[in-house]
Design a protein around this ligand. Sequence first.
Ligand code: G3I
Length: 381
Amino acid sequence: MIKKLNDVVFLFLFCGIVCLIGCNNILSENSNETRSLSNHFKNHFHIGAAINENTILGNDNKSKEIVVSEFNSITPENSLKWMFIQPLPGKFDFKVSDKYVNIGSKNGMYTVGHALIWHSQLAEFMQNIDNKDETLFHVKNHINTLMNRYKGKIDAWDVVNEAFEEDGSFRESVFYKNLGKNYIEDVFVLAAKVDPEVDLIYNDYNLYKSEKRLAVINMVNKFKANGTKIDGVGVQAHWDLNTPSINEIENIILDFHETGILVSFTELDISVLPNPWEMIGAEVNQNFSKFEGDPKMNPYPNGLPNNIQDKLAKRYEDIFKLFLKHSDKINRVTFWGVIDKYSWLNDWPIKGRTNYPLLFDKDYKSKKAYYKLLELKTNQN
Ligand code: G3I
């Protein structure tokens, strides 16, 4: 009888100890902080999201709740672009951008300015200028006005965006044509004079292509040799389920690390839809209207099948395993949007598709990919 009683007592004690250890793990996980992307990766890199005008103006509070609870960095998807900020010569409109910057300040976020000099979404008056003096005047005025206004509130500027072609040659933008091929460095020198504290970034897409990456690396090394301040490279990371490979992404990290600057993945999204054949990168001037309405190019109009959901989760898991492996070389990882519904990829490169590139679905719910990232082993757990 006693033996049986001993067994029961032993069993009871054993279960109690097991439960305590289990509870303790849950408690320890919960006791210090809530589960979120920013807490999960906080000892590795900033984790951010691009936010659109609706979120900035408070017309989409569900997205804002996700941003504030899950991320510790923000980027304005469009609201700081030249066509919106200075639509007419000397006429600045900071209504939306001031609200954007206040979200960052109020929530202690690493706040990014995107972008000072970019050939796209440029105010019309700038596109029509054909001389150096006028171009230089407006470039200096734009940069001085924006950087002085947001000094101490914006932590990093995409100083120049997308200045190279796929083959590594200069994009012949209005800036290149009117200011000459040294305009990128001239703009970085100006930016560093206006605000010596802020992180200065060169931002571009398709840097997994070696010719384009080499052109940027040569530019960075030239800046370094001349003592021109550049703090980081922004790798846009508009990728899909298979391209670029993990090895190609690792080459980006290693090659830029060698130049001595930090890498940021600034516009991460993973398209799950078929690519028009000749389409490459995020070059926004391509037009594929012939594919509009073609069900082959829009295979999941009413929801993402589980097997593709799993592929997307695996793809994000593989990418973030690489990011964690090299987190000493990475400053920030920013998703290009919050929920799938408002992703630019629903209308690019083909209008009217349903894409699923982000971590939160059209109903603001976390997707499998989100949970996969929270399961990754970090130096937190
Ligand atoms: O603001 C107008 C609105 O008044 C008008 O009613 C509406 C009609 O379509 O258009 C609105 O402008 C849109 C703008 O986003 C703001 O929503 C443009 O049509 C649309 O083309 C523009 O798309 C943006 C795209 O840049 C422009 O090239 C995307 O939202 C934005 O995600 C995308 O972001 C770029 C990065 O800045 C740089 N890297 C590539 C990335 C993807 O292209």
